[in-house]
Ligand binder design. Structure first.
Ligand code: FEO
Length: 166
């Protein structure tokens, strides 16, 4: 089974976004590591792996249909936050842009229609709800716990204990 050219382009574009997200989180994890946020580093290294798995899920799906996925190059991420909270806000914004891409691609699948991709894209749409909620919940902790040094250290511990437990 083949994909339409339009859907092939949309999926290849989304592969690029997932790779960019993975590289973003890799850079973000590095920032945490050199800033003394070990929990944030562990959390974001795991997130980088998760994004790479998302990219692979689409690549393997396309290849299984006999449409070879394009392997993208992405620009070096520029991640220089002012604080851990700022970094997590950037992460949420990143997830929101991935969600928009998935929703647009799902709309395209219904419009064409291209039924073979709908299950895959619905999985991603659900996953994006989870991804956004995850970062919103962490960000909320700055309001509930605080923003002074001790509070941020506590949030860093929460990130450490959340790693791999999604
Ligand atoms: Fe794969 Fe977090 O988007």
């Amino acid at each position: 089974m083949k994909l339409s050219d339009e859907m092939t382009t949309a999926l290849n574009d989304h592969i690029t976004l997932e790779l960019a997200a993975s590289q973003f989180y890799l850079s973000a994890a590095g920032w945490c590591e050199v800033s003394g946020y070990d929990g944030g580093a562990a959390y974001l290294y795991a997130q980088a792996d998760e994004e790479r798995a998302h990219m692979l899920k689409i690549i393997k799906f396309m290849n299984s249909l006999g449409v070879r996925a394009a392997i993208p190059a992405v620009p070096q991420p520029d991640v220089n936050p002012e604080s851990l909270e700022n970094l997590l806000s950037m992460s949420l914004a990143n997830e929101q842009s991935v969600t928009a891409s998935i929703n647009n691609t799902l709309s395209l699948a219904y419009k064409l229609p291209e039924y073979s991709v709908i299950d895959l894209l619905e999985w991603f749409a659900t996953e994006q709800v989870h991804e956004e909620t995850k970062f919103e919940a962490i960000l909320q902790k700055f309001d509930t716990i605080g923003r002074d040094g001790l509070a941020v250290a506590e949030i860093d511990k929460i990130l450490a204990s959340s790693t791999g437990g999604e």
